[in-house]
Design a protein around this ligand. Structure first.
Ligand code: SF4
Length: 120
């Protein structure tokens, strides 16, 4: 694993000198390992979601296709982010979502009002 938000990092190894010239030439040096966390990028591990709630037509597509993230608000009937993932209590904005919340993309694609935005 790597720190959240870091897509690339380096690991440096410095091997000690050996007596043998041949061995030193073979082992002494710096090895750089680059790790590209492409899987996390592809999974959208750090995406956020916003809803332009005032444009919502309450069709239910988002909470049907992604109930882990969207729910109908009991007062105004518009879609909102479920309380677990709200950004500081904002009904319209999510925190960074965990791995596996791919249904959010489906909901955005299916929203007839095109008011669900994925922020990578
Ligand atoms: S899919 Fe879009 S229009 Fe339908 S309830 Fe969800 S946010 Fe509202």
């Amino acid at each position: 694993m790597h720190p959240p938000g870091v897509d690339l990092f380096c690991i440096f190894f410095l091997f000690p000198n050996n007596d043998s010239e041949e061995t030193r030439a073979g082992t002494n040096g710096i090895f750089i390992a680059l790790y590209a966390n492409m899987q996390d990028i592809q999974r959208g591990m750090y995406m956020k979601v916003t809803i332009d709630r005032m444009q919502c037509v309450s069709c239910g597509s988002c909470w049907d296709s992604c109930p882990a993230l969207f729910v109908q608000n009991a007062d105004d009937s518009f879609s909102q982010i479920v309380s677990e993932y709200q950004e500081k209590g904002d009904l319209a904005s999510s925190v960074e979502l965990p791995e596996g919340m791919d249904c959010a993309r489906d909901a955005a694609d299916l929203c007839p009002a095109t008011i669900i935005t994925i922020v990578e």
